[in-house]
Design a protein around this ligand. Structure first.
Ligand SMILES: [Zn+2]
Length: 471
């Protein structure tokens, strides 16, 4: 197994199935770029990956020749691309067809060739993933909606093509009224014009979720980004950190700066290659002003507690996103016999703090402090306890890495929500994709993306020290 997939929370068989699937993506636009680059990073296309698209409307063509960029993201992926007029004549070789933003003419052309797409993805200012090509309205493709819809579409491929689990259609409303699934009540959708462009962002954590947040911001007119990440790029990151091809060994802040400059040369980019903690508070404070929106896409609860404190102290709006995987017990009755499964589910959440308007993450009781205290490897790695444990041969279990779909969904939600902050502070969004263990069936789609109501209360922390871990 390739090193980039070796630490995935599923087995070789699953990765092999992903690689063996022959897939075709037909269509145009930013959503194609998101979908195809994520699938290639993930290991799709070892056997065949056909892209019928000009690939000239997204971000890939800004990074270089799109095909070359995709081949850099993963050498094994991608057989070929064609102009979409050369529709596939290779039906027998294709297991699953995804049509993205196709028009009626293209639909007709597909029908004439007896090619029936398995999935339609249509993105304007909302995203629709459907079985019959429900047409969206004709406004421009929104970057955040494209990002989330691509994540959801990729989950469909897992469920339907890898697990043979038929899955009903889904609509993703943007701005992000994530009371959306099945959508009986869409009272939380807003007018497109209500969206605000965020101009000044400090992005802490530049990994997978950070990659998607950064692309969305670069595409939607951010003026300054401060990149904060102490880490360097490793091979095993490349299954989900789509911008870091060709950059193993480099600092994430450096590689991300290079890619963002290519996507949008007008952004002012500053870099701080440090691990965030109270020791670095003064350094970080030099880079924020009262317009700065703080985005946390970090992989430790300790860092999230610190960022919450930092936001309250400096009166900054803070959007916190987190992603991971979790093993959950699941009991399913099969032929009158209850069987127990332990599927890995991909989980994530996004929460927002706006000074004087909402609760901070700690007083919203989001358990971040408890989780920070429970983060034994994180907290004790450099302590004498860890050293003694290591001497005694005790090995702490490695934390399985998050996967690309959760990071794409939360990354898209973060940038969608930051454009509608006044509404967004009323909720906290949770994502749980339960598709990564083939053979497990039955959970409701409504559990994929949910929002938790959080209305009206305001953070009253006066003693800032109480916001730190263990205070
Ligand atoms: Zn508070």
């Amino acid at each position: 197994m390739e090193e980039r997939y070796a630490s995935h929370p599923w087995d070789n068989e699953m990765q092999k199935r992903i690689g063996d699937l022959n897939i075709a993506v037909i269509g145009d636009g930013l959503t194609v770029d998101y979908l195809v680059s994520a699938m290639v990073a993930f290991g799709f296309g070892k056997k065949g990956f056909y892209v019928f698209s000009d690939l000239n409307k997204g971000f890939l063509n800004k990074l270089g020749d799109p095909i070359e960029v995709l081949r850099k993201i993963n050498k094994v992926g991608l057989w070929s691309t064609y102009p979409k007029e050369d529709l596939p004549t290779l039906k027998d070789e294709i297991d699953y067809i995804i049509a993205v933003n196709i028009n009626d003419k293209m639909k007709k052309a597909l029908k004439e060739r007896k090619l029936e797409p398995n999935l339609f993805v249509d993105v304007s200012d909302i995203g629709i993933v459907s079985k019959n090509g429900v047409k969206n309205n004709e406004t421009n493709e929104d970057a955040s909606a494209a990002c989330v819809a691509s994540a959801v579409a990729l989950e469909y491929v897992f469920r339907e093509a890898i697990q043979n689990t038929p899955t009903p259609p889904i609509t993703i409303y943007n701005p992000f009224a994530f009371d959306m699934v099945g959508l009986k009540n869409n009272s939380l959708t807003y007018e497109f014009e209500d969206k605000k462009t965020i101009e000044d962002v400090m992005l802490v954590g530049n990994g997978s979720m950070g990659n998607f947040v950064a692309i969305n911001l670069a595409l939607t007119g951010v003026k300054r980004i401060v990149l904060v990440d102490y880490d360097t790029i490793e091979e095993r990151n490349l299954n989900r950190q789509i911008l870091f091809y060709d950059s193993i060994g480099e600092f994430k802040v450096d590689a991300l700066e290079d890619r963002l400059k290519k996507i949008n040369n007008n952004i002012e980019i500053q870099k701080i290659p440090i691990r965030v903690s109270q020791d670095e508070e003064e350094t970080l404070e030099k880079y924020v002003n009262k317009k700065t929106v703080l985005v946390g896409s970090v992989d430790s609860f300790k860092a999230r507690v610190f960022l919450n404190y930092f936001a309250v102290k400096n009166n900054l709006t803070y959007i916190d996103g987190g992603c991971g995987v979790k093993k959950v017990p699941l009991f399913i009755e099969i032929n009158n016999e209850v069987k127990e499964f332990h599927p890995w589910i991909s989980i994530g959440d996004a929460s927002i703090y706006v000074p004087n308007k909402s609760l901070c993450l700690k007083c919203a009781h989001l358990d971040i402090e408890d989780k920070a205290l429970a983060e034994i490897p994180e907290l004790r790695l450099n302590s004498c306890v860890a050293e003694r444990m290591a001497e005694e041969g005790v090995r702490l279990p490695p934390k399985p890495p998050s996967v690309i779909t959760g990071n794409m969904a939360i990354g898209g939600i973060i940038t969608g929500e930051m454009q509608v902050l006044d509404e967004a502070i009323k909720r906290r969004i949770q994502v749980s994709f339960n598709s990564h263990n083939y053979g497990v069936i039955g959970e409701s789609l409504a559990n994929w993306i949910t929002s938790v109501r959080n209305e009206g209360k305001i953070c009253e922390h006066i003693d800032l020290k109480k916001l730190l871990v263990g205070a």
